[in-house]
Design a protein around this ligand. Sequence first.
Ligand code: GRF
Length: 201
Amino acid sequence: MAKKVNIAILISGTGTNMQALVNACNSPNFPANVAVVVANKKQSLGLAWAKEQGLNSVLVDSAKFALQTNSRLAFEQELQNVLQSFAVELICLAGFMRLLTGWFIEQWQQKIINIHPSLLPNFKGANAVFDALQAKASLTGCTTHFVVEEMDAGPIILQKSVPISQNDNLESLKAKILQLEHQIYPETLKIVCNQILTKIK
Ligand code: GRF
C-alpha cells in the first residue's frame, strides 16, 4: 500500500472541518491517514464524534493545566507526548482555539496547518467573520495556511472567497464560509501531504 502521511487533527469545538478531513482520508487514494484526533476541551462535540467513528481520540484538557506555573508549556509537553506516541507527521488545526508557543511551533516547522474564516491577511483573530461584517466588506472567505508563531500570519496555501450580501448576518455568513472551508481544507491537506511524500521519496 502507498505510504500515507500520519496526521493529527486538533480541535476545541464542533469539529465540522475535522469531519471533512476524516471523510477525505477515508477515500483509498488520499495521501493522509488520521492517526489521532486531539481535543483540548472535554465538552468538544467533535471529540465525541471522533470516538463514535472509532478514531484514536485523546483529550488533553487545557483547563487542567490552567493553575500550574508554566501552564502553556505543561499543556504542550503533554500534547507533544500524545503526538509522538501516535507517530504524527503533520498537525491540522481545525477550530483549535488555543495559541501555540514558539517552543511547540519550532518542533513542527512547516508541519502545522490551519484554517481561518477570512481572506488573510484581512481579519486575523478569533472574530474574523464578525469583523468582516462590521467593516462592511463586500467580500470575505477562508484561508488555509502554515502556522508560524505570529497568529494567522503563516504562508498561505489556499483561499476561497464569498461575497457578503446585504442580507447576511453573523450566522448566515459563518455558514457560507464553513461550506467553503469544508472544500479547501481537504484540498489543502492533499497538496501538503503530496509535498511531504515527494520529499521522502
Ligand atoms: C472554523 O470557522 C475555522 O475556520 C475556525 O474555527 C471554526 C471551526 O469550526 N478556525 P468547526 O469546529 O470545524 O466546525
